[in-house]
Design a protein around this ligand. Sequence first.
Ligand code: GLY
Length: 594
Amino acid sequence: MFSQGRCAVRRVCALAAIAVACGATAAFAVSPAPVGANHGMVVTGQHLASDVGAQIMQEGGNAVDAAVAVGYALAVVYPAAGNIGGGGFMNVRLADGRSVFLDFREKAPLSATEKMYQDASGKVVPGLSTDGWLAVGVPGSVAGFETALREYGALTRQQVMAPAIKLAREGFILGQGDVALLHEGTAGFLKDPAAAAIFLKDGKPYAVGDRLVQTNLAKTLEAISKDGADAFYHGGVGDGIVGASRAGGGIFQKADFEGYKVREMKPVECNYRGYEIHSSPPPSSGGVIICEILDILEGYDLNRMGFHSAEEFHVLVEAARHAYVDRNNKLGDPDFVQNPIAQLLDKSYAAKIRDSIPATKATPSADLGPGKDLHEGAQTTHYSIADAQGNAVAVTYTLNDWFGIKKVAGDTGILMNNEMDDFTAKPGVPNMFGLVQGAANAIAPGKTPLSSMSPTIVTKDGKVVMVIGSPGGSRIITITLEAILNVIDHGMTVQEAIDAPRIHEQWLPDVVLAERMALSPDTKAVVEAMGYQIKEVEPWGLAEGILLGGPSIALPAQGGGDAQPLSLGTQAAGDYKLFGANDDRGPAGSASGF
Ligand code: GLY
């Protein structure tokens, strides 16, 4: 098995959005070669989980079996975001060409109300949607994994869950990346005895080399392995969560769990320069907004402009600004609101937006918004898997913030999400990701909050060429988008595309975020003169990606010309079919292939 998690030095930043940088700089002028393999590739944010996925495929499982095994393994070895107390999305492309999208995101409890986070005077109460049991949505991960395995897997539940149970029962040795993430939760764990008993050692943070054992979680996983999702939604596990919620001031009732249903959907699809993009439909905004931005950008020659040139920066930021207006005002749970997807992904709409973008100056965000102009309104983890048969799976799932509410439900060993913060607590008031959202995403019983998670699969002539996604709250969309642009427009290898420094624009606040070295000083001066306000912040996102068929997609040389396969120097690309890249911003992760 080939595996890679190269980063030896890392630091953790205070931002709620992704936090880990590698060495002296977050980006590589030229990245190392991606990991190559021929039979299976798994890229996740924790190397033990990557190895579990590869192992499951070596034992005869397909990419979906590996995805379920990894989902459970990350719940043990990556408790910051891997989970069975949260929810997410699984985007599956089967070897026979079928595309399936499983929505197992959290839902609002049946007793939830539109104004539950507001006081009597209508002011949003700080912390209510993020910190306590009122912040928790009904978890969907176990139902999602059960559906995926039943419909598309080849192995038994016992086979795919065995590695996670072993890791929980016997524990695993914490590396530097694991400990750094656990430290992010310390203040919260100290307030919850059940969390402190597991995630602190005698009330103090764990150190590198310590073993983290999760006996209660092992028992819960064994119950699920034996009785399936019934153990969670109709049995003792769900009862334990409801009891802990009630004791902690929450509003869960048994009916919330008994009524939980996974939605099987079609991915949102669009074409970009001859590639087909398959990504997340509502209740995620991710696929729609990635496609809307790509539709706008297709009218520009990004390859000629060059990576993060002033010219490319301008069109990318303006496209994102327009698309996030739509994200924040028009999209919501499809069972509750009408999502205008056809209108947003109409190429003539993209052309109108292009026409409105001034050639050389920034558009103030205040000039855009619901009713104006053309527009009428974290923490998470992603993993990518591909097998030799041609199946590919992209999963993004989450507790929302790192470790969710940082409370464990009684003796279940399960950390609970704070996904309710993804709803609009009140139109116009920003959430933890600074997103200013509208009524389409208002809270209602049984409704799913709007997400940005974007597990994405790119195909060419129906064959999978790329599997990609990332955590990062509202920045997930631009992280995933830039990785796709870096591969398709700039000819980067999958590792370079993921490591390359990022920029982010989300309409409000009216500021463009940039990682260190995302813009050269002279480019920054040019775009500032155009009216952009740039804020340099700590690195964000942990994209995990796979390219199939080569480490890069061969592109015409910059400025046009013949297609030129990229030379990697250190690796004979032709020897492999699958190329995996873990984001170097996350030192715990790895690409594991065989
Ligand atoms: N909780 C982050 C998202 O779903 O976008």
